[in-house]
Design a protein. Structure first.
Lengths: 258, 258
DNA sequence: CGGTTCCTTGAGAGAACTCAACGTCGGTGG
DNA sequence: CCACCGACGTTGAGTTCTCTCAAGGAACCG
Protein backbone atom coordinates (compact mmCIF):
# COMPACT_ATOMS: atom_id res chain seq x y z
CA UNK A 1 0.00 0.00 0.00
CA UNK A 2 1.23 3.50 -0.76
CA UNK A 3 2.39 5.08 2.43
CA UNK A 4 4.57 7.83 1.04
CA UNK A 5 1.89 10.48 1.41
CA UNK A 6 1.37 9.58 4.98
CA UNK A 7 2.98 11.84 7.53
CA UNK A 8 5.19 10.09 10.00
CA UNK A 9 3.78 9.81 13.46
CA UNK A 10 4.93 12.59 15.73
CA UNK A 11 7.92 11.95 17.94
CA UNK A 12 7.72 11.58 21.64
CA UNK A 13 8.18 15.27 22.12
CA UNK A 14 4.85 15.97 20.45
CA UNK A 15 2.77 13.72 22.60
CA UNK A 16 2.68 16.01 25.58
CA UNK A 17 1.74 18.91 23.37
CA UNK A 18 -1.07 16.95 21.76
CA UNK A 19 -2.32 15.70 25.07
CA UNK A 20 -2.56 19.23 26.38
CA UNK A 21 -4.54 20.61 23.48
CA UNK A 22 -8.00 19.07 23.81
CA UNK A 23 -9.29 22.27 25.31
CA UNK A 24 -7.96 24.16 22.31
CA UNK A 25 -9.29 21.71 19.75
CA UNK A 26 -11.72 23.26 17.27
CA UNK A 27 -13.69 20.02 17.26
CA UNK A 28 -13.95 19.68 21.01
CA UNK A 29 -17.65 20.49 21.03
CA UNK A 30 -18.55 17.58 18.80
CA UNK A 31 -15.80 15.21 19.89
CA UNK A 32 -16.72 12.35 22.17
CA UNK A 33 -14.87 14.13 24.95
CA UNK A 34 -17.57 16.81 25.01
CA UNK A 35 -18.97 17.00 28.52
CA UNK A 36 -16.90 14.21 29.99
CA UNK A 37 -15.41 14.68 33.40
CA UNK A 38 -11.87 15.82 33.95
CA UNK A 39 -10.69 12.36 34.85
CA UNK A 40 -12.18 10.86 31.69
CA UNK A 41 -10.63 13.62 29.68
CA UNK A 42 -7.29 12.72 31.16
CA UNK A 43 -7.71 9.14 30.02
CA UNK A 44 -8.61 10.33 26.57
CA UNK A 45 -5.78 12.81 26.34
CA UNK A 46 -3.31 10.15 27.29
CA UNK A 47 -4.65 7.97 24.51
CA UNK A 48 -4.30 10.58 21.82
CA UNK A 49 -1.02 10.38 20.10
CA UNK A 50 -0.71 13.36 17.83
CA UNK A 51 -2.16 15.15 14.87
CA UNK A 52 -2.10 14.06 11.28
CA UNK A 53 -2.36 16.77 8.65
CA UNK A 54 -3.80 16.07 5.21
CA UNK A 55 -2.69 19.21 3.46
CA UNK A 56 -4.79 18.97 0.32
CA UNK A 57 -7.96 17.46 -1.05
CA UNK A 58 -7.36 13.94 -2.27
CA UNK A 59 -4.60 13.13 0.21
CA UNK A 60 -5.09 9.65 1.60
CA UNK A 61 -5.22 8.84 5.29
CA UNK A 62 -5.14 5.13 4.69
CA UNK A 63 -6.09 2.62 2.04
CA UNK A 64 -8.55 -0.23 2.22
CA UNK A 65 -6.72 -3.28 3.50
CA UNK A 66 -4.10 -1.35 5.44
CA UNK A 67 -3.31 -2.68 8.87
CA UNK A 68 -5.47 -0.75 11.30
CA UNK A 69 -3.15 0.41 14.05
CA UNK A 70 -5.17 3.46 15.00
CA UNK A 71 -8.47 5.26 14.75
CA UNK A 72 -8.66 8.93 13.87
CA UNK A 73 -10.82 11.77 15.09
CA UNK A 74 -11.43 14.52 12.57
CA UNK A 75 -10.20 17.84 13.97
CA UNK A 76 -10.90 19.98 10.94
CA UNK A 77 -11.92 19.51 7.33
CA UNK A 78 -13.84 16.64 5.79
CA UNK A 79 -12.83 13.05 5.12
CA UNK A 80 -14.55 10.61 2.83
CA UNK A 81 -14.34 6.86 3.22
CA UNK A 82 -14.91 4.55 0.29
CA UNK A 83 -14.38 1.09 -1.07
CA UNK A 84 -13.56 -0.06 -4.58
CA UNK A 85 -15.49 -3.03 -5.94
CA UNK A 86 -14.08 -5.72 -8.21
CA UNK A 87 -15.15 -3.68 -11.22
CA UNK A 88 -12.90 -0.86 -10.08
CA UNK A 89 -15.85 1.37 -9.27
CA UNK A 90 -15.55 3.60 -6.25
CA UNK A 91 -18.28 3.38 -3.68
CA UNK A 92 -18.46 6.23 -1.18
CA UNK A 93 -19.28 4.93 2.27
CA UNK A 94 -19.49 8.15 4.20
CA UNK A 95 -18.32 11.67 4.90
CA UNK A 96 -16.73 12.55 8.19
CA UNK A 97 -16.59 15.94 9.87
CA UNK A 98 -14.88 17.39 12.93
CA UNK A 99 -15.64 15.22 15.92
CA UNK A 100 -16.35 12.15 13.82
CA UNK A 101 -14.28 9.03 14.33
CA UNK A 102 -12.76 7.13 11.44
CA UNK A 103 -11.55 3.57 11.50
CA UNK A 104 -13.84 2.09 14.12
CA UNK A 105 -15.05 -0.47 11.60
CA UNK A 106 -11.57 -1.94 11.64
CA UNK A 107 -11.46 -2.63 15.36
CA UNK A 108 -12.82 -6.13 14.91
CA UNK A 109 -10.95 -7.11 11.79
CA UNK A 110 -7.50 -5.55 12.19
CA UNK A 111 -7.54 -4.00 8.73
CA UNK A 112 -9.42 -0.99 7.41
CA UNK A 113 -12.27 -2.19 5.22
CA UNK A 114 -12.51 1.18 3.48
CA UNK A 115 -10.03 3.80 2.31
CA UNK A 116 -10.08 7.32 3.70
CA UNK A 117 -9.04 10.46 1.86
CA UNK A 118 -9.40 14.18 2.47
CA UNK A 119 -12.20 16.05 0.74
CA UNK A 120 -10.64 19.36 1.75
CA UNK A 121 -7.42 20.06 3.62
CA UNK A 122 -7.99 18.38 6.96
CA UNK A 123 -6.40 17.55 10.24
CA UNK A 124 -7.00 14.50 12.40
CA UNK A 125 -6.25 13.26 15.86
CA UNK A 126 -4.46 9.93 15.79
CA UNK A 127 -5.49 7.50 18.51
CA UNK A 128 -3.46 4.27 18.50
CA UNK A 129 -5.47 1.11 19.01
CA UNK A 130 -3.83 0.07 22.21
CA UNK A 131 -4.14 3.54 23.69
CA UNK A 132 -7.79 3.69 22.71
CA UNK A 133 -8.52 0.36 24.33
CA UNK A 134 -6.72 1.51 27.44
CA UNK A 135 -8.71 4.72 27.68
CA UNK A 136 -11.97 2.91 27.05
CA UNK A 137 -11.30 0.29 29.68
CA UNK A 138 -10.58 3.01 32.21
CA UNK A 139 -13.55 5.18 31.29
CA UNK A 140 -16.99 3.60 30.88
CA UNK A 141 -18.32 6.98 29.84
CA UNK A 142 -15.98 7.15 26.88
CA UNK A 143 -16.94 3.61 25.99
CA UNK A 144 -20.59 4.53 26.09
CA UNK A 145 -19.97 7.55 23.88
CA UNK A 146 -18.15 5.41 21.41
CA UNK A 147 -20.95 2.87 21.26
CA UNK A 148 -23.51 5.62 20.73
CA UNK A 149 -21.53 6.98 17.84
CA UNK A 150 -21.01 3.57 16.30
CA UNK A 151 -24.69 2.71 16.39
CA UNK A 152 -25.49 6.14 14.96
CA UNK A 153 -23.14 5.55 12.04
CA UNK A 154 -24.68 2.16 11.49
CA UNK A 155 -28.19 3.58 11.49
CA UNK A 156 -27.17 6.23 8.99
CA UNK A 157 -25.73 3.79 6.49
CA UNK A 158 -28.65 1.46 7.07
CA UNK A 159 -31.10 4.26 6.32
CA UNK A 160 -29.43 4.91 2.99
CA UNK A 161 -29.71 1.27 2.01
CA UNK A 162 -33.46 1.49 1.55
CA UNK A 163 -34.93 2.36 -1.80
CA UNK A 164 -35.87 5.98 -1.78
CA UNK A 165 -36.45 8.54 -4.49
CA UNK A 166 -33.84 11.04 -5.51
CA UNK A 167 -35.75 13.82 -3.75
CA UNK A 168 -35.91 11.85 -0.53
CA UNK A 169 -32.23 11.03 -0.63
CA UNK A 170 -31.04 14.51 -1.48
CA UNK A 171 -33.31 16.15 1.10
CA UNK A 172 -32.10 13.74 3.76
CA UNK A 173 -28.52 14.35 2.74
CA UNK A 174 -28.76 18.14 2.89
CA UNK A 175 -30.49 18.07 6.26
CA UNK A 176 -28.01 15.58 7.60
CA UNK A 177 -25.12 17.73 6.44
CA UNK A 178 -26.78 20.76 8.00
CA UNK A 179 -27.22 18.89 11.22
CA UNK A 180 -23.69 17.59 11.36
CA UNK A 181 -21.81 20.69 10.35
CA UNK A 182 -23.92 23.48 11.81
CA UNK A 183 -22.24 25.46 14.54
CA UNK A 184 -24.30 28.64 14.73
CA UNK A 185 -27.75 27.09 14.56
CA UNK A 186 -30.40 26.50 11.96
CA UNK A 187 -29.89 29.56 9.82
CA UNK A 188 -26.32 29.10 8.73
CA UNK A 189 -25.72 27.95 5.15
CA UNK A 190 -24.45 24.43 4.63
CA UNK A 191 -21.15 23.86 2.91
CA UNK A 192 -21.16 20.76 0.73
CA UNK A 193 -17.43 20.56 0.33
CA UNK A 194 -17.43 17.27 -1.54
CA UNK A 195 -18.06 17.06 -5.29
CA UNK A 196 -21.50 16.38 -6.73
CA UNK A 197 -20.08 13.17 -8.05
CA UNK A 198 -19.18 12.02 -4.54
CA UNK A 199 -22.60 13.02 -3.23
CA UNK A 200 -24.28 11.14 -6.06
CA UNK A 201 -22.11 8.10 -5.50
CA UNK A 202 -22.86 8.15 -1.80
CA UNK A 203 -26.60 8.45 -2.41
CA UNK A 204 -26.47 5.95 -5.25
CA UNK A 205 -27.76 8.38 -7.84
CA UNK A 206 -26.34 9.84 -11.03
CA UNK A 207 -24.47 13.11 -10.71
CA UNK A 208 -27.00 14.78 -12.97
CA UNK A 209 -29.86 13.59 -10.83
CA UNK A 210 -28.34 15.24 -7.77
CA UNK A 211 -27.91 18.46 -9.72
CA UNK A 212 -31.43 18.41 -11.05
CA UNK A 213 -32.91 17.60 -7.67
CA UNK A 214 -31.08 20.48 -6.05
CA UNK A 215 -32.24 22.75 -8.85
CA UNK A 216 -35.82 21.59 -8.37
CA UNK A 217 -35.63 22.24 -4.63
CA UNK A 218 -34.32 25.70 -5.44
CA UNK A 219 -37.18 26.35 -7.86
CA UNK A 220 -39.59 25.27 -5.15
CA UNK A 221 -38.02 27.73 -2.77
CA UNK A 222 -36.85 25.07 -0.34
CA UNK A 223 -33.22 26.13 -0.50
CA UNK A 224 -30.73 28.18 -2.43
CA UNK A 225 -27.69 26.72 -4.13
CA UNK A 226 -24.53 28.61 -4.88
CA UNK A 227 -21.68 26.38 -5.91
CA UNK A 228 -20.92 24.20 -2.91
CA UNK A 229 -22.95 26.28 -0.50
CA UNK A 230 -26.59 25.52 0.23
CA UNK A 231 -28.85 27.82 2.20
CA UNK A 232 -31.87 26.04 3.61
CA UNK A 233 -34.98 28.18 3.31
CA UNK A 234 -37.71 25.71 4.20
CA UNK A 235 -36.35 23.03 6.50
CA UNK A 236 -39.84 21.74 7.30
CA UNK A 237 -40.62 20.99 3.66
CA UNK A 238 -37.25 19.35 3.20
CA UNK A 239 -37.87 17.27 6.27
CA UNK A 240 -41.19 16.15 4.84
CA UNK A 241 -39.27 14.77 1.91
CA UNK A 242 -36.50 13.30 4.04
CA UNK A 243 -38.68 11.76 6.73
CA UNK A 244 -39.15 8.32 5.16
CA UNK A 245 -35.39 7.88 4.95
CA UNK A 246 -35.48 7.87 8.72
CA UNK A 247 -32.23 9.24 9.99
CA UNK A 248 -31.63 12.88 9.37
CA UNK A 249 -29.97 14.06 12.51
CA UNK A 250 -26.93 12.19 13.62
CA UNK A 251 -25.83 14.57 16.32
CA UNK A 252 -28.23 14.45 19.19
CA UNK A 253 -27.63 16.21 22.44
CA UNK A 254 -25.02 14.23 24.27
CA UNK A 255 -26.16 13.19 27.73
CA UNK A 256 -23.94 14.42 30.51
CA UNK A 257 -22.35 12.04 32.93
CA UNK A 258 -25.02 10.66 35.24
CA UNK B 1 -45.35 -7.27 22.68
CA UNK B 2 -47.47 -10.33 21.95
CA UNK B 3 -45.92 -13.31 23.59
CA UNK B 4 -48.89 -15.65 23.69
CA UNK B 5 -47.79 -17.54 20.60
CA UNK B 6 -44.42 -18.13 22.11
CA UNK B 7 -43.89 -21.53 23.61
CA UNK B 8 -42.66 -21.53 27.15
CA UNK B 9 -39.04 -22.46 27.58
CA UNK B 10 -38.57 -26.11 28.29
CA UNK B 11 -38.27 -27.21 31.86
CA UNK B 12 -35.10 -28.49 33.38
CA UNK B 13 -35.95 -31.99 32.41
CA UNK B 14 -35.69 -31.14 28.72
CA UNK B 15 -32.26 -29.63 28.84
CA UNK B 16 -30.39 -32.86 29.03
CA UNK B 17 -32.36 -34.25 26.16
CA UNK B 18 -31.63 -31.21 24.05
CA UNK B 19 -27.99 -31.33 24.94
CA UNK B 20 -27.75 -34.89 23.79
CA UNK B 21 -29.34 -34.33 20.41
CA UNK B 22 -26.76 -32.36 18.42
CA UNK B 23 -25.70 -35.51 16.67
CA UNK B 24 -29.29 -36.12 15.69
CA UNK B 25 -29.97 -32.55 14.60
CA UNK B 26 -31.02 -32.24 10.94
CA UNK B 27 -29.09 -28.96 10.74
CA UNK B 28 -25.86 -30.29 12.23
CA UNK B 29 -24.03 -30.18 8.91
CA UNK B 30 -24.54 -26.46 8.50
CA UNK B 31 -24.56 -25.50 12.16
CA UNK B 32 -21.51 -23.81 13.59
CA UNK B 33 -20.79 -27.01 15.47
CA UNK B 34 -19.97 -28.75 12.19
CA UNK B 35 -16.48 -30.13 12.45
CA UNK B 36 -15.70 -28.85 15.90
CA UNK B 37 -13.93 -31.10 18.32
CA UNK B 38 -15.73 -33.13 20.94
CA UNK B 39 -14.77 -30.78 23.72
CA UNK B 40 -16.06 -27.75 21.83
CA UNK B 41 -19.24 -29.61 21.07
CA UNK B 42 -19.66 -30.25 24.77
CA UNK B 43 -19.39 -26.54 25.46
CA UNK B 44 -21.95 -25.84 22.79
CA UNK B 45 -24.34 -28.52 23.94
CA UNK B 46 -24.23 -27.17 27.44
CA UNK B 47 -25.14 -23.74 26.11
CA UNK B 48 -28.17 -24.91 24.16
CA UNK B 49 -31.28 -24.71 26.19
CA UNK B 50 -34.02 -26.36 24.23
CA UNK B 51 -36.03 -26.28 21.06
CA UNK B 52 -38.64 -23.77 20.06
CA UNK B 53 -41.30 -24.90 17.61
CA UNK B 54 -43.05 -22.47 15.31
CA UNK B 55 -45.88 -24.65 14.15
CA UNK B 56 -47.16 -22.58 11.25
CA UNK B 57 -46.10 -19.94 8.76
CA UNK B 58 -46.48 -16.49 10.21
CA UNK B 59 -45.82 -17.52 13.81
CA UNK B 60 -43.52 -15.00 15.46
CA UNK B 61 -40.30 -15.89 17.23
CA UNK B 62 -39.83 -12.40 18.62
CA UNK B 63 -40.78 -8.86 17.79
CA UNK B 64 -38.52 -5.91 17.09
CA UNK B 65 -37.72 -4.24 20.37
CA UNK B 66 -38.12 -7.36 22.49
CA UNK B 67 -35.49 -7.89 25.13
CA UNK B 68 -32.88 -10.16 23.60
CA UNK B 69 -32.28 -12.91 26.13
CA UNK B 70 -31.21 -15.51 23.61
CA UNK B 71 -30.07 -16.24 20.11
CA UNK B 72 -31.62 -18.98 18.03
CA UNK B 73 -30.21 -21.50 15.61
CA UNK B 74 -32.60 -22.65 12.92
CA UNK B 75 -33.04 -26.42 13.09
CA UNK B 76 -35.62 -26.78 10.37
CA UNK B 77 -37.79 -24.56 8.23
CA UNK B 78 -37.22 -20.96 7.25
CA UNK B 79 -37.35 -17.78 9.30
CA UNK B 80 -37.58 -14.25 7.97
CA UNK B 81 -36.39 -11.22 9.89
CA UNK B 82 -37.79 -7.78 9.16
CA UNK B 83 -38.25 -4.31 10.49
CA UNK B 84 -41.18 -1.95 10.18
CA UNK B 85 -40.41 1.66 9.31
CA UNK B 86 -42.31 4.64 10.64
CA UNK B 87 -44.62 4.49 7.64
CA UNK B 88 -45.70 1.02 8.72
CA UNK B 89 -44.00 -0.60 5.75
CA UNK B 90 -42.37 -3.93 6.31
CA UNK B 91 -38.77 -4.28 5.33
CA UNK B 92 -37.43 -7.80 5.00
CA UNK B 93 -33.89 -8.02 6.32
CA UNK B 94 -33.10 -11.61 5.62
CA UNK B 95 -34.13 -15.23 5.36
CA UNK B 96 -32.63 -17.83 7.65
CA UNK B 97 -32.26 -21.53 7.03
CA UNK B 98 -31.16 -24.52 9.06
CA UNK B 99 -27.80 -23.80 10.64
CA UNK B 100 -28.26 -20.02 10.49
CA UNK B 101 -28.19 -18.02 13.69
CA UNK B 102 -30.83 -15.43 14.49
CA UNK B 103 -30.50 -12.62 16.99
CA UNK B 104 -26.78 -12.01 16.85
CA UNK B 105 -27.42 -8.40 15.90
CA UNK B 106 -28.94 -7.91 19.34
CA UNK B 107 -25.88 -8.99 21.29
CA UNK B 108 -24.56 -5.47 21.53
CA UNK B 109 -27.82 -3.63 22.10
CA UNK B 110 -29.79 -5.95 24.36
CA UNK B 111 -32.92 -5.75 22.22
CA UNK B 112 -33.72 -7.34 18.90
CA UNK B 113 -33.59 -4.69 16.20
CA UNK B 114 -35.71 -6.79 13.85
CA UNK B 115 -38.67 -9.11 14.25
CA UNK B 116 -38.48 -12.77 13.30
CA UNK B 117 -41.35 -14.93 12.06
CA UNK B 118 -41.64 -18.33 10.45
CA UNK B 119 -41.96 -18.57 6.69
CA UNK B 120 -42.89 -22.24 6.97
CA UNK B 121 -43.37 -24.40 10.05
CA UNK B 122 -39.98 -24.30 11.71
CA UNK B 123 -38.01 -25.39 14.70
CA UNK B 124 -35.17 -23.56 16.42
CA UNK B 125 -32.50 -24.16 18.98
CA UNK B 126 -32.68 -21.65 21.79
CA UNK B 127 -29.31 -20.49 23.13
CA UNK B 128 -29.58 -18.16 26.11
CA UNK B 129 -27.24 -15.20 26.05
CA UNK B 130 -25.31 -16.07 29.15
CA UNK B 131 -24.89 -19.67 28.05
CA UNK B 132 -23.71 -18.53 24.64
CA UNK B 133 -21.15 -16.21 26.16
CA UNK B 134 -19.96 -18.98 28.41
CA UNK B 135 -19.54 -21.41 25.54
CA UNK B 136 -17.76 -18.84 23.42
CA UNK B 137 -15.35 -17.89 26.17
CA UNK B 138 -14.46 -21.53 26.66
CA UNK B 139 -14.13 -22.33 22.98
CA UNK B 140 -12.12 -20.04 20.72
CA UNK B 141 -13.12 -22.22 17.79
CA UNK B 142 -16.80 -21.58 18.36
CA UNK B 143 -16.05 -17.88 18.69
CA UNK B 144 -14.21 -17.92 15.41
CA UNK B 145 -17.09 -19.70 13.71
CA UNK B 146 -19.48 -17.14 15.05
CA UNK B 147 -17.37 -14.25 13.81
CA UNK B 148 -17.12 -15.84 10.38
CA UNK B 149 -20.86 -16.19 10.20
CA UNK B 150 -21.46 -12.66 11.39
CA UNK B 151 -19.14 -11.14 8.85
CA UNK B 152 -20.73 -13.30 6.16
CA UNK B 153 -24.18 -12.02 7.07
CA UNK B 154 -22.88 -8.48 7.05
CA UNK B 155 -21.31 -8.93 3.63
CA UNK B 156 -24.56 -10.34 2.28
CA UNK B 157 -26.68 -7.44 3.40
CA UNK B 158 -24.00 -5.02 2.29
CA UNK B 159 -23.98 -6.58 -1.16
CA UNK B 160 -27.72 -6.07 -1.48
CA UNK B 161 -27.38 -2.40 -0.58
CA UNK B 162 -25.70 -1.55 -3.86
CA UNK B 163 -27.75 -0.51 -6.83
CA UNK B 164 -28.19 -3.44 -9.10
CA UNK B 165 -30.69 -4.33 -11.78
CA UNK B 166 -33.61 -6.63 -11.18
CA UNK B 167 -31.90 -9.40 -13.14
CA UNK B 168 -28.74 -9.10 -11.09
CA UNK B 169 -30.64 -9.15 -7.83
CA UNK B 170 -32.88 -12.06 -8.71
CA UNK B 171 -30.04 -14.13 -10.14
CA UNK B 172 -27.96 -13.50 -7.02
CA UNK B 173 -30.91 -14.38 -4.84
CA UNK B 174 -31.65 -17.66 -6.55
CA UNK B 175 -28.02 -18.72 -6.50
CA UNK B 176 -27.67 -17.70 -2.89
CA UNK B 177 -30.75 -19.68 -1.96
CA UNK B 178 -29.41 -22.63 -3.91
CA UNK B 179 -26.11 -22.36 -2.12
CA UNK B 180 -27.62 -22.07 1.31
CA UNK B 181 -30.28 -24.73 1.09
CA UNK B 182 -28.70 -27.33 -1.16
CA UNK B 183 -27.95 -30.63 0.47
CA UNK B 184 -27.50 -33.02 -2.42
CA UNK B 185 -25.34 -30.82 -4.63
CA UNK B 186 -25.79 -28.58 -7.61
CA UNK B 187 -28.60 -30.41 -9.36
CA UNK B 188 -31.30 -30.30 -6.73
CA UNK B 189 -34.16 -27.87 -7.28
CA UNK B 190 -34.33 -24.84 -5.00
CA UNK B 191 -37.38 -24.34 -2.85
CA UNK B 192 -38.27 -20.68 -2.47
CA UNK B 193 -40.60 -21.14 0.44
CA UNK B 194 -41.22 -17.44 1.03
CA UNK B 195 -43.77 -15.45 -0.96
CA UNK B 196 -42.83 -13.47 -4.04
CA UNK B 197 -43.80 -10.40 -2.10
CA UNK B 198 -41.21 -11.17 0.57
CA UNK B 199 -38.56 -11.87 -2.03
CA UNK B 200 -39.36 -8.60 -3.78
CA UNK B 201 -39.31 -6.68 -0.53
CA UNK B 202 -36.00 -8.23 0.39
CA UNK B 203 -34.48 -7.40 -2.99
CA UNK B 204 -36.13 -3.98 -3.03
CA UNK B 205 -38.11 -4.67 -6.17
CA UNK B 206 -41.80 -4.81 -7.00
CA UNK B 207 -43.47 -8.20 -6.74
CA UNK B 208 -44.30 -8.08 -10.42
CA UNK B 209 -40.70 -7.39 -11.31
CA UNK B 210 -39.55 -10.51 -9.49
CA UNK B 211 -42.19 -12.53 -11.34
CA UNK B 212 -41.28 -11.11 -14.71
CA UNK B 213 -37.57 -11.60 -14.13
CA UNK B 214 -38.07 -15.23 -13.18
CA UNK B 215 -40.23 -15.69 -16.24
CA UNK B 216 -37.57 -14.10 -18.43
CA UNK B 217 -34.90 -16.37 -16.97
CA UNK B 218 -37.16 -19.31 -17.71
CA UNK B 219 -37.67 -18.17 -21.31
CA UNK B 220 -33.90 -17.90 -21.64
CA UNK B 221 -33.54 -21.44 -20.40
CA UNK B 222 -31.58 -20.47 -17.32
CA UNK B 223 -33.99 -22.12 -14.93
CA UNK B 224 -37.43 -23.60 -14.61
CA UNK B 225 -40.05 -22.24 -12.28
CA UNK B 226 -42.91 -24.26 -10.85
CA UNK B 227 -44.73 -22.49 -8.07
CA UNK B 228 -42.19 -22.10 -5.27
CA UNK B 229 -39.71 -24.52 -6.76
CA UNK B 230 -36.92 -23.38 -9.04
CA UNK B 231 -34.72 -25.73 -10.97
CA UNK B 232 -31.46 -24.17 -12.05
CA UNK B 233 -30.55 -25.20 -15.58
CA UNK B 234 -27.68 -22.85 -16.34
CA UNK B 235 -25.89 -21.85 -13.18
CA UNK B 236 -23.00 -20.32 -15.10
CA UNK B 237 -25.24 -17.87 -16.94
CA UNK B 238 -27.04 -16.97 -13.74
CA UNK B 239 -23.72 -16.40 -12.08
CA UNK B 240 -22.72 -14.07 -14.88
CA UNK B 241 -25.72 -11.97 -13.99
CA UNK B 242 -25.18 -12.25 -10.26
CA UNK B 243 -21.46 -11.63 -10.23
CA UNK B 244 -21.51 -7.84 -9.80
CA UNK B 245 -23.64 -8.20 -6.70
CA UNK B 246 -20.61 -9.84 -5.19
CA UNK B 247 -21.79 -12.31 -2.61
CA UNK B 248 -23.57 -15.32 -3.96
CA UNK B 249 -22.32 -18.10 -1.81
CA UNK B 250 -22.62 -17.67 1.89
CA UNK B 251 -21.70 -21.15 2.91
CA UNK B 252 -18.08 -21.76 2.20
CA UNK B 253 -16.29 -24.83 3.28
CA UNK B 254 -15.76 -24.56 6.98
CA UNK B 255 -12.12 -24.94 7.94
CA UNK B 256 -11.47 -27.72 10.36
CA UNK B 257 -9.83 -27.07 13.68
CA UNK B 258 -6.16 -26.31 13.06
C1' DC C 1 -4.07 31.56 -20.77
C1' DG C 2 -4.89 26.84 -22.20
C1' DG C 3 -6.36 22.47 -20.20
C1' DT C 4 -8.86 19.86 -17.07
C1' DT C 5 -12.29 18.95 -13.95
C1' DC C 6 -16.61 20.09 -12.21
C1' DC C 7 -21.35 21.68 -12.58
C1' DT C 8 -25.51 22.30 -15.02
C1' DT C 9 -29.10 21.64 -18.41
C1' DG C 10 -31.39 19.25 -22.32
C1' DA C 11 -33.08 15.28 -24.91
C1' DG C 12 -33.93 10.65 -25.31
C1' DA C 13 -34.01 5.83 -23.77
C1' DG C 14 -34.74 2.26 -20.70
C1' DA C 15 -35.80 0.11 -16.44
C1' DA C 16 -38.89 -0.58 -12.96
C1' DC C 17 -43.18 0.82 -10.95
C1' DT C 18 -48.22 1.29 -10.69
C1' DC C 19 -52.66 -0.04 -11.98
C1' DA C 20 -55.49 -3.58 -13.55
C1' DA C 21 -57.19 -8.05 -14.72
C1' DC C 22 -57.28 -12.91 -14.31
C1' DG C 23 -56.17 -17.64 -12.78
C1' DT C 24 -54.82 -20.61 -8.99
C1' DC C 25 -54.62 -22.32 -4.53
C1' DG C 26 -56.03 -23.16 0.22
C1' DG C 27 -59.02 -22.49 3.93
C1' DT C 28 -63.68 -21.75 5.80
C1' DG C 29 -68.32 -22.23 6.39
C1' DG C 30 -72.78 -23.42 4.77
C1' DC D 1 -68.98 -31.76 -0.50
C1' DC D 2 -68.96 -27.59 -2.65
C1' DA D 3 -69.23 -22.56 -2.99
C1' DC D 4 -67.06 -18.66 -1.55
C1' DC D 5 -63.41 -15.75 -0.17
C1' DG D 6 -58.92 -13.98 0.29
C1' DA D 7 -54.12 -14.29 -0.57
C1' DC D 8 -50.86 -15.28 -3.93
C1' DG D 9 -48.88 -15.48 -8.59
C1' DT D 10 -48.73 -14.08 -13.31
C1' DT D 11 -49.24 -11.17 -17.28
C1' DG D 12 -50.38 -6.83 -19.84
C1' DA D 13 -50.48 -1.78 -20.57
C1' DG D 14 -49.15 2.58 -19.54
C1' DT D 15 -46.50 5.79 -16.79
C1' DT D 16 -42.80 7.64 -14.25
C1' DC D 17 -38.47 8.00 -12.65
C1' DT D 18 -33.72 7.83 -13.23
C1' DC D 19 -29.93 6.98 -16.24
C1' DT D 20 -27.19 7.80 -20.31
C1' DC D 21 -25.46 10.61 -23.78
C1' DA D 22 -24.36 15.14 -25.16
C1' DA D 23 -23.08 19.88 -24.89
C1' DG D 24 -21.98 24.27 -22.91
C1' DG D 25 -20.40 27.17 -19.15
C1' DA D 26 -17.80 27.89 -14.85
C1' DA D 27 -14.11 27.21 -11.78
C1' DC D 28 -9.54 25.77 -10.84
C1' DC D 29 -4.61 24.80 -11.72
C1' DG D 30 -0.37 24.65 -13.85
Amino acid sequence: MAYDFRPSLPETGNVKHAAASCSLCPAANSCIVNGVTAVDLTHWSQARFGHVPLTAAGKALFEAGDVADAVYVVRAGCIKTFTVDQGGHERVRGFHFPGDIIGLDALGVNRYPAAATAVVPSQLCCVPRVALQGALSRSPLLMQRLLERTSRDLALSLALSGDYSAEQRVAAFVLNMQDRTAVAGWTAPVKLSMTRRDIANYLRLATETVCRTLTRFEQQGLLRVQDKTVLILNAAALYTHARPVGIVRSRQALPLAA
